[in-house]
Design a protein around this ligand. Structure first.
Ligand code: GLU
Length: 508
């Protein structure tokens, strides 16, 4: 058989914010598609109208835009296999439901919810399947005329898949190997409901994967139980030759303890489980997002890529292009991946360190504005230098402010405990001398100023720590920050001296 073109899809249901696990699924599909010069499709599975949430589709699209995951076709991207929104494909599904009915692979059932409940009460572990369908109200047990009459009358019905019992259904999973399930444990799934004239997830999913020529279905482990049914549906249609390969990704687990990662874990431990901030239109609740929390998209991508996959060695920092080269479904783990959110913070720090200072400075501008600083009053070169001096101390862009505020305003207060420790009676006199020394420095850049000031302290026999810390206290407002002479170089001679003067005035 000729090699098939790789075509994969990400097919969310627009039921709310996209969970971070869904983002990982989309990422793996994207990496796989790019690696094989294939196509990535964005399909919206909105056949369950009760669960539709306005804004969800836009939210999902914006998330991928931010993360740099691009689609080749689909909702909002166009393409030749559309429409890509399932609610716009009703007629297509109706046609295929008819095909199954005609070749005896499906049947019509009239049982009302009450009748089904009654059966459940009567028969323990009731399941609508080969063992029970003979006693239910359906087109297998009723004469054709009666069925037609009921339909003509407008009675509601569903179409069920007629699953043959006692058959071992094999699913070849690229991650899990062969998974075998006996068809007797499956129920006759509802494929279509006359009430809303819509197919259920299973039918729409298979028909679309087929028509959209999907070659690989890469999705979360929670869909593994549906896979045997999907295999049977492909067969019922006679499409086994184009059946996609399956790969079910491991679950994302709680950072600590057992079980699936949930939004509550995020709330409790203080990390987002959504890519972007989400405003729930119904409850009004706001959930935090990676973007608004200050994560860089590259860091989020790198972090997610390693939740369930590794490159086969201990390399951790990988760009999107490297991930495309290295990604391999064979290196995905079968067991769940612990959501180590602290690792996410670590990645963010790494990506901040790798980012060119000029770019980081641009990201810092809105933070400055939020803190009342007119960023336009500073040159890009100045801002880039500032961030270069403090970025090693932060995990998030917004934390740059706390580390660098003294570059934008002279201190108005001085940290009390530092004053107590470093500002003694003799300090104003020594600071006066320091001012004279600084005034005499011709080249105020870091190294030459350092040599001169240190030389003076040594020559005078002053206490190095006390003098330098008092100097820092006067300039910064507290005894922390980057290398002192890198600070003074950037502030310049006049500003440095004026800060020492005002500290002497204020602290006496
Ligand atoms: N609509 C399903 C979801 O929300 C798609 C599952 C699949 O990929 O088959 O994840």
């Amino acid at each position: 058989m000729a090699e098939r073109k790789v075509r994969v899809r990400f097919a969310p249901s627009p039921t709310g914010a996209l969970h971070i696990g869904g983002v990982r699924t989309a990422l793996y599909n994207y990496l796989f598609a790019r690696q094989h010069n294939g196509d990535l499709i964005f399909r919206i599975e909105d056949t369950d109208s009760h669960r539709f949430v306005p804004g969800a589709e836009e939210y999902i699209l914006e998330s991928f835009k931010w993360l740099g995951i691009h689609f080749d076709e689909g909702v909002s991207f166009g393409g030749e296999h559309g429409p890509y929104r399932q609610s716009e494909r009703r007629e297509i599904y109706k046609k295929y439901v008819q095909v199954l009915l005609e070749n005896g692979k499906a049947y019509i059932a009239f049982d009302t919810p009450e009748e089904l409940d009654a059966k459940r009460a009567e028969i323990a572990n009731f399941q609508y399947d080969a063992s029970t369908r003979g006693m239910m109200r359906n087109s297998l047990t009723m004469p054709k005329e009666e069925v037609d009459a009921l339909i003509a009358e407008g009675k509601q019905y569903v179409v069920r898949f007629k699953i043959e019992p006692n058959e071992d259904v094999r699913v070849n999973d690229l991650i899990r190997g062969e998974v075998i399930i006996n068809s007797s444990i499956l129920d006759d799934k509802v494929l279509y409901k006359s009430a809303d004239e819509l197919p259920t997830y299973h039918l729409a999913n298979i028909v679309d994967d087929h028509l959209m020529e999907v070659s690989h279905v890469i999705r979360g482990e929670e869909w593994l139980p549906s896979a045997p049914l999907h295999v049977l549906l492909y067969r019922a249609f006679g499409w086994e030759d184009t059946m996609p390969e399956f790969a079910h990704l491991p679950l994302l687990l709680k950072p600590e303890g057992n079980g699936k990662l949930s939004k509550r874990d995020g709330d409790r431990l203080g990390f987002p489980v959504f890519p972007l901030e989400w405003h729930d239109p119904k409850s009004g609740d706001v959930s935090s997002g990676y973007r608004e929390s200050g994560y860089l998209p590259e860091a989020v991508i790198n972090f997610l890529a390693l939740l369930g996959w590794n490159p086969g060695n201990d390399q951790e920092v990988m760009s999107m292009d490297e991930l495309v080269k290295l990604f391999d479904l064979n290196h995905c783990s079968k067991s769940g991946a612990k959501f180590d959110y602290k690792k996410g913070t670590w990645f963010n720090h790494e990506y901040i360190m790798m980012k060119p200072d000029a770019e980081l400075a641009q990201l810092f501008k809105p933070v400055l504005a939020a803190n009342g600083v007119d960023a336009a009053a500073y040159s890009d070169v100045y801002l880039a230098k500032v961030v270069s001096l403090v970025k090693g101390r932060v995990n998030f862009v917004k934390e740059l402010w706390d580390q660098s505020r003294f570059f934008f305003a002279a201190p108005t207060q001085y940290a009390e405990k530092d004053v107590k420790k470093r500002w003694s009676e003799d300090t104003p006199r020594i600071m006066g001398e320091l001012i004279t020394v600084l005034e005499g420095i011709a080249d105020f850049s870091s190294k030459p100023s350092e040599d001169i000031v240190i030389g003076w302290i040594t020559e005078k026999g002053y206490h190095m720590g006390n003098v330098m810390n008092a100097f820092r206290l006067a300039v910064v407002g507290e005894c922390k920050g980057p290398h002192m002479f890198d600070i003074t170089e950037l502030l310049g001679k006049d500003e440095t001296i004026s800060r020492i003067r005002s500290a002497v005035e204020k602290l006496g």
